[in-house]
Design a protein around this ligand. Structure first.
Ligand SMILES: [Fe+2]
Length: 196
């Protein structure tokens, strides 16, 4: 008889192996555009193994979205999460202050990317311009450098479920900037870098 290994144990093993690959990739040349691209491809490959991520193992959000930790490293380590966003959930343009990669398991989410076009000299003020967009669906993903800017919206009538890899764990996130193009304003959330 085949040995039955439950999905949680297989998932933990796969996430550990993935994180080891992330570290060996980053150790070679640091965080560069090509490293980030490589991390995205590895995350897309992991997300394609949908048998590791049965929805029954993850509680649905009450509203909006929810991030389930898969492998969160100590201190200044990385964070790998399974995120679930309900249909219609949207996020205004923002950066994360740290690099991140997303890859879809199921559902579809549109990401619009922007760049800042003002000189950043006036406090609280910012102008951004759209530079592109992509729909993240199974088999695809995206990656952002520390100060890349995106907005997101779940499209279709199914939740968007995917993997998210962040340079720092969510609980130790740096300041995140939220842009409001209609007011040419920007507001930053407090950094959690010194949180426990
Ligand atoms: Fe984001």
């Amino acid at each position: 008889m085949p040995i039955k290994v439950d999905s949680a144990a297989r998932r933990a093993q796969a996430c550990k192996a993935f994180m080891a690959q992330v570290h060996s990739t980053v150790a070679k040349e640091g965080i560069t555009p090509s490293t980030l691209h490589a991390l995205k491809l590895k995350l897309v490959a992991l997300a394609k193994r949908s048998d590791l991520f049965p929805l029954a193992d993850f509680a649905m959000p009450q509203a909006h979205g929810r991030s389930h930790p898969l492998l969160v490293e100590e201190n200044d380590g990385h964070g790998l999460y399974l995120s679930i966003s309900l249909p219609g959930k949207e996020a205004a343009p923002h950066d994360h202050g740290i690099w991140c990669a997303n890859a879809a398991i199921s559902g579809r989410e549109r990401h619009v990317f922007y760049r800042r076009i003002d000189d950043g000299k006036k406090a609280g003020s910012a102008e951004i311009a759209k530079v592109g967009e992509v729909v993240i669906e199974p088999g695809t993903g995206m990656v952002m450098a520390d100060h890349d800017i995106h907005s997101t919206v779940v499209i279709g009538d199914r939740p968007a479920v995917g993997l998210a890899l962040y340079g720092y764990a969510l609980a130790r996130f740096p300041s995140v900037s939220w842009f409001h193009p209609e007011f040419t304003s920007v507001r930053a959330t407090p950094s959690r870098r010194h949180a426990a």
